[in-house]
Structure formats: C-alpha cells, structure tokens
Design a protein around this ligand. Structure first.
Ligand code: SF4
Length: 428
C-alpha cells in the first residue's frame, strides 16, 4: 500500500492531493508539502471523495451519527447522514453501539458521499460483553481485529484512545475530577485497564496499530479519552498528561508515514481555548487538531449546539482545523434529524466565521456576495447563498409581506429600501 504521507515526502503529487488542492484553492505542491510535514491529513472515501484537513485550509466539520442500544434504526441514521451532507458536513462518523454493528457500518460507508470515521473500541468492548459477559475478558488481538475490520470496510479514519496509560489511572484514582471520564471509548479502555491491571494495548502495542494502519493508509485520530467533561475539569493534569503522550505518539506515527489527527476537548471555558489550541499544536508538532465543541459552559443542556459553536469559532480562529458538531440533544439523548440539522448548521457557522478571520478570501467572498443581494432585497439569490436554504425559505414563506421588496420586520419602513430610493432620487 502506497501511503499518502510517504508519497508526499517523496514529492509525488497524488490524485487525492490534486483533488483536495483544487477544493481548497491552493497549489497541489503546497498541500503535498503540508501532508509530508504531517500538518495536513488527506481523508479518502472509497466512493471517491477526498477531504484535506489541516493548517491553512478551510475549517472542516464532522457529524456523528449511529445507533444506540435503545434506538436502533438504520433508516433514521441514514436520514441524519443525508441531512448532514445536504448542509455540507465534510465527514461523518459512525458511532453505532446498537444492532448489527458490522452491517450498519457497511451501509453507512456505502451510502455516505463523504469520508467516514469510527471508534472501533466500542464494537470491541460490546462484542466482549456479548461473548464473555464482561469487558475484562476482551483480548488484545480482538481489539486489533475489530480495528482492521473497520479499515477493511472502508472506514477512512479511526479514533484510537492511545493516550490513556496506567499512570493516567493513578491520577484518576486521586478523584480530583468532578466528572471522571466522559469519553465512552476512554471509559471502556480505562475500565479494562483497571480490571486487568494491564497497560492500554493501543499504547503499549502502538507499533502494531501503525503496522495495521499502514496496510490501509488508515488515518489515526488520536482520541482524547481523558478530555474534561465539565468546566471544573478543564486543562487539568489528566488532560495534559494525555496530550503529552499524544505528542510523543504523533512523532512515532509520522516515522511510519501514518497520518495523524489530534483530538481535543471537550468542556473548556472561553479563556482556556486559545492556550489549549496553542499547546496542543505545539506539543503535537502542528498535527491537525480536531475538537469536540469545545463546550464553553455546563449549564446549557438543550442548547449545546450554541455553546459548542461559540467555543468552536474561537478554537478554529486560534488554529483548530476540524470541529466535531454538537447537537441540542448533547448530554440528553440520541439526536433527532432536526437536532442534526441544528448541530451541523451551528458548527458550519463556527467554521465559516473562523475561515473569515483566518483570511480565506473564498469565505469572505461568500459574505460579500450575500451582502450585495441582501441590500437589493433579492430573496431568491440570498436563498442560494445562505448556509441553510431550506430554513431561509421556510421563514420567508411563513411571513406576510406587503411587498416582495421587503420583509415584515420593518415592512414599508424598510431601511435599505428607503435609503436605496433616496440615493437613486437625489443622490448622496
Ligand atoms: S424590512 Fe427591515 S429587516 Fe427586512 S429587509 Fe428591509 S431593512 Fe432588512
């Protein structure tokens, strides 16, 4: 298997790099250079789509879908996937934990127009519970076998919680945290380690993971299993110790030409966001940074797509490259299709706002184009340019307007119409 990173290091411009460079409006040579350095990763979907994530590129958004033990309906999940893709989510992750996980994953990969990621440790642990009645009995070989199954099925990137170690458990035992471990994969791995007394196989056997990844050019998303789950736990020693481990593993992965993404928190207050992003970028040598949220307050269950968009915009402006969406159902339940719509839009807004601040002219041009047609009250053109045309149309159609030239906010006192007519009549 020819590895994307190795080819980039040799100066070979692959078709994937060409496609991604065209989408990003940068030169393929510049993009290949960034891939060679590890500062950009190329995600390839077996259906043909390519997404580049990293330094100086447009900020990307991921949408999580997937069944739970209580709600297991593949059609429901596919509807969420279609909704996310209509709203231009750049990637999707299958986080299924209920039903026939192999079948669900294959269908999602098949139906997805964008690269799909997964968290194989969920399935490894669930299969262990089904087979042995406990996660304690899960064998290391079984964990690696599930990761390989996902790669073979066309998964483009996997979250692997390699940074939790036995020394992390020593810190965890001091019970300094309010919310312990909130990462599902992190909780599985830590519990397995605590029960068996063994080191995390994803850490102790990292070379085996790299060898597996090299067979499929699988991108490793080094998971933040110890991410803070509340504001009180933000930037604590558990989070930082995991980050240091991920920095070390990033270099090992790069030596094997494996592409790496670094996952980050989580719940962090606004004033921690810029230092957190800068630290993660420094410790992990500039590898692409993938943040869940971040969620900037704990009090907004039901509105966490908003709290995460606030954090996401600031984080992406500070240098994060990839935002994992959060829905209004976060902390409450499995998202509905409507929740997915709200979550993707919120993250896309955060990403776009950061793109403007990062100086991407194509992002700024989009705003300039819409401002022109907004001033001329050209509703049809505005609808084509907004982030969610369907909602734009719904609101517009629900309003009673006395003239198509205005909306019913100001009606006949429409400020833009008044000044436009004044300029035309007497000039200013
Ligand atoms: S009526 Fe008011 S809100 Fe509506 S387009 Fe005119 S200025 Fe804007």
């Amino acid at each position: 298997m020819m590895l994307e990173k190795n080819l980039a290091k040799k100066g070979i411009i692959t078709d994937s790099v060409k496609i991604a460079a065209q989408k990003e409006q940068i030169s393929p040579e510049k993009l290949a250079c960034s891939v060679a350095e590890g500062k950009t990763v190329i995600l390839k979907h077996k259906g043909g789509s390519v997404v580049a994530i990293g330094e100086s590129l447009r900020v990307k958004v991921n949408t999580n879908i997937g069944t739970s033990p209580d709600v297991c309906d593949i059609d429901f999940e596919l509807e969420k996937l279609r909704t996310a893709c209509r709203l231009k989510s750049d990637t999707g992750m299958d986080l299924s934990t209920g039903g026939d996980l192999d079948r669900i994953r294959k269908i999602i990969v098949q139906e997805s127009p964008v690269p799909v990621g997964s968290v194989p440790v969920y399935q490894a642990m669930i299969e262990s519970i089904e087979k042995y009645g406990t996660i304690e009995k899960m064998k290391e070989d079984e964990l690696f076998e599930v990761i390989e199954r996902h790669a073979r099925d066309g998964i483009s990137f996997v979250t692997v919680h390699c940074g939790i170690t036995l020394s992390s458990l020593e810190i965890l035992k001091k019970r300094t945290r309010k919310t312990g471990i909130v990462s599902r994969g992190g909780a599985f791995i830590a519990s397995w380690m605590a029960m068996t007394g063994k080191e995390n196989p994803l850490y102790s056997n990292f070379e085996r993971l790299l060898e597996l990844a090299s067979r499929y050019d699988l991108v490793l998303s080094l998971g933040d299993g110890l991410r803070p789950g509340c504001i009180a736990d933000a930037s604590d020693n558990l989070q930082m110790s995991e980050l240091m481990t991920l920095g070390h593993l990033t270099q090992k992965a790069w030596e094997a030409d494996i592409q790496v993404i670094i996952e980050g928190p989580g719940h962090i207050p606004l004033n921690h966001i810029i230092p957190n992003v800068q630290l993660a970028k420094t410790v992990c040598h500039g590898a692409p940074l993938y943040l869940l949220g971040p969620i900037v307050t704990d009090i907004a269950a039901g509105y966490d797509h908003i709290t995460s968009a606030i954090g996401g915009a600031l984080a992406a402006w500070a240098g994060a490259d990839f935002l994992c969406y959060v829905t209004p159902s976060e902390h409450l339940g499995l998202p509905t299709v409507q929740d997915v719509e709200e979550g993707v839009v919120a993250s896309k807004i955060a990403a776009h706002a950061a793109d403007i601040a990062r100086g991407h002219s194509f992002a700024r041009n989009q705003d300039d184009r819409i401002s022109e047609v907004r001033y001329s009250r050209n509703w049809k053109e505005q609808e084509k340019l907004v982030i969610n045309p369907e909602k734009f149309r719904r609101i517009r159609e629900s309003q009673k307007v006395y003239s198509d030239e205005v909306c019913n906010m100001c009606g006949k006192y429409c400020a833009m119409k008044i000044i436009d007519e004044t300029i035309k009549k007497i000039g200013l």
